[in-house]
Design a protein around this ligand. Structure first.
Ligand SMILES: Cc1cc2nc3c(=O)[nH]c(=O)nc-3n(C[C@H](O)[C@H](O)[C@H](O)COP(=O)(O)OP(=O)(O)OC[C@H]3O[C@@H](n4cnc5c(N)ncnc54)[C@H](O)[C@@H]3O)c2cc1C
Length: 410
């Protein structure tokens, strides 16, 4: 019998297992599929040190109207799903400004600041250096007003959080980035962020490291989870596995499992799509086309274009409108070749209304631990919040672990 069952083998689950293993625990990961095949597979692969502030809901009427009328490509929505998420969205909106947002950002910034340092030992030990680039992330602006605003924000991010960037004139940025066919108005080049050429493969490399260090990964359905006098057990293809503790790290599927245990988790589900395009010129570093809400990143499979958020039901069929519109508009900045033939990927950012992941003890069950809700930055934060969870389990409480505690749900 293991000490811990970790449910979920995305970046968050695999990092949890590694951190607990490092603390001397006997851990088994259970997933219904191979590690790193869901949200942690298809994301934009940025280890986002620049994300010291979480992604807030806009407060100004003009942007909200653009969202409401479908004129924006960075956020789209479905009426029935948005109504279902309305209470969580309302809380998210209220947390997105003023003192609440500042307080949340102070916590978030601490996670962003140490993200690369917490990935580094895992990158090294899993021999994944070839997948990592330490060349930052660019944000490209297509009009003077938004570039000016972004420049001011970059100055504030440096003074408040120490996040460094370079402000680059559009023509100069084009000279640096041969893949661009037209100059933007300007760019903010965030210098400390890293990027990964295959986020699914990095998650799998971390999972292999866990196995190489003596861990075990089993196939099974988390929905078979039961509490018993011994602790927790789950059905797997290796038989019924039991452990004293269970860590729920099922990303966007976590609320679904926890409903059976009496938890109603107010999650905002933000779906995103990607497509790969053959590069006509190699892309030097990833960039966000801010006006258009799509990110282009050089990956092993081609230039990966990822979309912003679609507020839809988890079970909704794929709708590639946002991706197609994004690629069309991106086409006047970047030379994109033909789309690589592949089945359409989409995944869901598991966002909490206060933008902070849930890390810590389940409020109503002994030896059940929550570790999910990383929203836009789970690929970045997985190793960091995993270490925090492991410290918490060892009895080390800090102001950071208190801020992330699931106790805030009750
Ligand atoms: C388009 C897009 C771009 C993004 N870009 C970035 C980025 O650049 N940087 C960044 O930091 N973050 C990014 N994110 C967010 C990031 O991908 C997520 O926050 C992160 O992957 C969440 O990881 P996770 O381990 O919690 O979830 P997942 O990776 O989804 O893992 C959950 C696991 O649970 C398993 N599972 C689910 N249900 C069951 C069940 N019943 N039984 C057994 N197993 C089950 C799944 O198979 C899966 O392996 C992006 C997200 C999207 C959608």
């Amino acid at each position: 019998m293991a000490e811990f069952i970790v449910l979920g083998a995305g970046m968050v689950g695999v990092s949890s297992a590694l951190a607990l293993q490092q603390a001397g625990h006997d851990v088994v990961i259970v997933d219904r599929t191979e590690p790193g095949l869901e949200t942690s597979f298809g994301n934009a692969g940025i280890i986002q040190t620049e994300a010291a502030e979480p992604y807030a809901l806009p407060q100004d009427m003009a942007t909200l109207l653009r969202y409401a009328t479908g004129k924006s490509n960075d956020v789209t929505w479905d009426l029935a799903a948005s109504l279902k998420m309305a209470p969580a969205l309302w809380r998210y909106y209220r947390n997105s400004s003023g003192l609440r947002y500042q307080t949340i950002s102070k916590v978030y910034a601490q996670l962003a600041a140490r993200a690369t340092a917490d990935h580094q030992p895992l990158i090294e030990a899993s021999q994944s250096e070839a997948m990592i680039k330490r060349d930052g992330l660019a944000m490209l602006y297509r009009d003077e007003a938004s570039f000016r605003e972004a420049t001011q924000r970059a100055e504030r991010m440096l003074s408040e959080y120490g996040v460094t960037s370079r402000i680059v004139d559009g023509l100069q940025y084009m000279a640096e980035e041969p893949a661009l066919k037209q100059a933007p108005i300007g760019a903010v080049h965030w210098l400390q962020s890293w990027s990964c050429s295959d986020p699914g493969a990095l998650t799998q490399a971390y999972a292999q490291l866990f196995v190489a260090r003596g861990g075990h990964i089993a196939r099974g359905d988390a929905n078979s989870l039961q509490q018993s006098t011994l602790g927790w057990s789950v059905d797997t293809t290796d038989g019924r596995l039991s452990a004293a503790h269970v860590v729920v790290a099922l990303g966007p599927w976590s609320p679904q499992l926890l409903k059976r245990f009496g938890y109603h988790i107010p999650m905002v589900y933000k779906r995103g799509y990607h497509g790969h395009y053959k590069p006509q010129q190699p892309l030097k570093r990833p960039f966000l086309d801010v006006a258009n809400g799509v990110l282009a990143a050089p990956m092993t499979g081609g230039i990966r274009v990822t979309t912003g958020a679609a507020l839809v039901d988890m079970a909704a069929p794929a709708n590639t409108k946002q991706l197609k519109r994004g690629v069309e508009q991106l086409g006047n900045l970047l030379s994109l070749g033909a789309r690589v033939r592949e089945s359409q990927w989409y995944g869901t950012r598991p966002c909490m209304p206060d933008m902070l992941p849930l890390v810590g003890a389940a409020p109503k069950h002994q030896n059940m631990w929550f570790h999910f809700g990383h929203g836009h930055q789970g690929f970045t934060q997985g190793p960091t919040t995993a270490l925090l969870l492991s410290e918490l389990i060892a009895g080390q409480v800090s102001s950071l672990t208190t801020a992330l505690s699931p106790a805030r749900l009750v």
